[in-house]
Design a protein around this ligand. Sequence first.
Ligand code: BGC
Length: 758
Amino acid sequence: MTLEEKAKLLVGAGRGFGPPPAALTAGKKDSTNARPVAQPAGPMIGVTEQKVPGAAGVTYAIPRLGIPAMVLSDGPAGLRISPIRKGDSTKTYYATAFPVGTLLASSWDVDLVKKVGVAFGSEVHEYGVDILLAPGMNIHRNPLGGRNFEYYSEDPLVAGSMAAAIVNGIQSNGVGTSIKHFIANNQETHRNTINTIAGERALREIYLRGFEIAVKESNPWTVMTSYNKVNGTYTSERADLVTTILRKEWGFKGFVMTDWGGGRDPIAQMKAGNDLIMPGNPTQAKAIIDAVNNKQLDESVLNANVEHMLNIIVESPAFKKYKYTDKPDLVKDAGVSRWAAGEGMVLLKNTAGTLPLKGRKTIALFGNTSYDIIAGGTGSGDVNKAYVISLDKGLQNAGFTVNASLLNAYPPYIKDAKAKRPKTRMFQAPPPIPELTVTPAELTQDANDAAAAIITLGRNAGEGADRKLENDYYLSDVEKDMIKSISAAFHAKGKKVIVVLNIGGVIEVASWRDSVDAILLAWQPGLEGGNAIADVLSGKVNPSGKLATTFTMDYKDVPSAKTFPGKEYPDQATGEGFRRQMPAEVTYEDGIYVGYRYYNTFKVAPAYEFGYGLSYTTFGYAGLKLSSPTFNGKITASVTVTNTGKVAGKEVVQLYLSAPAAKMDKPAMELKGFAKTRLLQPGESQKLTFVITPRDLASYDVANEQWLAESGTYVVSIGASSKNIKQTAKFTLGKETVVEKDEQALAPQIAISELKSK
Ligand code: BGC
């Protein structure tokens, strides 16, 4: 392979947009890292018009050596390609919109998530794509994170386990994945410039840990570095991240790619071991060739990166000349999507058996998104699906009648209001349309005619922007009025009011939840959403999802509320229009105290805690047993769960560990295992077993760069949630143990005042 071929292979084949504007290319200095800027700035979302139209990018082909181009395509909730092709009016290329990551994680069911992956990956394969740019697995650090819907959880064990499950499922089809965004892409505000300042322990235990689990348990073909900097340097330019931690410590075998337009300096990226620069442009390849010729870059660096890529290329469908059909089984996959959606919905409230709905009566269905359901978020996480089942359709498919006056009023109102909306820029979540208002007289009539009211509240967000507090995290005044007036009218007639939350991330619930009888958190449930919600409302599916992210009483209770989304430096901004880039920084003062680690330790009562979710049945827990009272290499814990109610159901069981914390600062408890029972009939029991490993006992001891387990007594808590602990047991570790020695990496350059519990 010639030097030129190597450089081109390591830089994506671009998107046919031509070279970046001269002002942004080599020669101009970026004040933030004083390196030549060699690629375009600004939010970049890939769309190719090549082999698979609408794919995000392609790698460079070298036919002389039999190296094909690989096609890379988004995204986490389904394959994002163009559904219609120029000059091809006979066929469509729709893909299945699966439920978003937040919903999948709420299933706490790795077998289910793997099966979703198997179906998902078959579409990737049959549409001629080699590598899927998913799953997204950053931590839900703050509820306003614009891409939280794409991600799984506030907890790294849940995030890592879900990512591993879906990667194993997708890759079983012979296609690749790209776990992203490595690391700390926990906000969208200034995503291309934000400098995340975080301590080594928080990075190791919270922000890296999920990726570590995914790499070790599923061997993803690729890892995508994030847009942000960590402690002063872009993640794609950090050898300590992509080589020391990822390859050396975790044994990663695939290749690393940048996010689209991520980082600044191709030479630093090559040296760091960020093998592939995406989407790629000729300026970057030239910069790499020049650097080798000028002896600024050793060609052996390129050889290593090329080898990483070739190891994957030889596995790819493109290399194997797979004859894809462009005909995945969309009917079968829609069934998978519906099933998964039902399994990940969370029943938050259910007073006096409001749900499941009894009989197949008339429902008064309120809320725009009842009729125009949000299947998934916006941006590269969106999917071009052939249809979306709304809740009115889903209810009718399940045999319910939807109150005719509402059914006649909503759809034309929504169509009209949408047509009046201002145009948004590419991928920007459209502003929500105002809720249809119903007069008091109409409401009284609806309450007479219908057996119950359902109000859907919808929220959408996506890449490029974080969510807002007003009219998003908090309900709008119109929504609050709607809940109040509908509840008053229906309660006056002794009828129940159910709220369905069609949201991608957390909203405020505490101020209004007492007004209604039941709340079903349906998340953004994919293209079969309306059917899946009706499955749960009707009792065809007994809800078994639990929260993988906390709903706090108020935004101010969130530990990162004070530091999110950070400080900006407008006087240092560069570029114009959508290319405008502003240096900014965010300091993770919350340290390791993210999510329930904070709420439990600092005794802040949430509205609905991590791990919480109701069922139409009840469960009993008994017989927690540890394999030994002393820790010696490992301990197993077993517990028996019994369905003590009247209908069949599944229970998510969680294992939390509390450490002695004599020397180290430790959260009150941390999730170290979870399992979901099979469908248990009334009276039926299942024994679940968990393995506790040395690493589960350990925390990262920054001073000595090691994972350290303190001696003393550890408490195992088996819970139905992080607050509803059912059984506890203790074991001791006789001697302080160094579980693993690591190298220093990602150290902050400045002192951070991190939250401590003592
Ligand atoms: C997003 C990635 C995505 C890529 C390609 C970027 O803007 O951050 O998640 O995979 O575009 O479309």
